[in-house]
Design a protein around this ligand. Structure first.
Ligand SMILES: [Zn+2]
Ligand SMILES: [Zn+2]
Length: 78
């Protein structure tokens, strides 16, 4: 059975529909801490922003990199 997950970019929240997390291990005594080794980002820009300032929040990194937060298209019209 195949399931299709839609994930969102960690930086700008844009949907990333072809993201497949790759894990190193369950994080036991390992630097990966059980997180995916390929963070979910939508673009090279967001990837760079993600690694730019470890210690800042995702929002702060996004703003510093000058990336706009993704706006959901309004499906209902107005
Ligand atoms: Zn993004
Ligand atoms: Zn690991």
């Amino acid at each position: 059975m195949e399931e299709h997950y839609i994930n969102t970019c960690l930086i700008c929240m844009k949907p990333v529909d072809n993201y497949e997390p790759e894990y190193c291990c369950n994080g036991h005594e390992c630097g990966c801490r059980g997180y995916p080794t390929n963070p979910c980002v939508c673009s090279r820009e967001c990837d760079d922003a993600l690694y730019d300032d470890i210690g800042l929040t995702m929002d702060q990194r996004r703003i510093k990199a000058g990336i706009d937060l993704y706006q959901q298209p309004n499906k209902q019209g107005d």
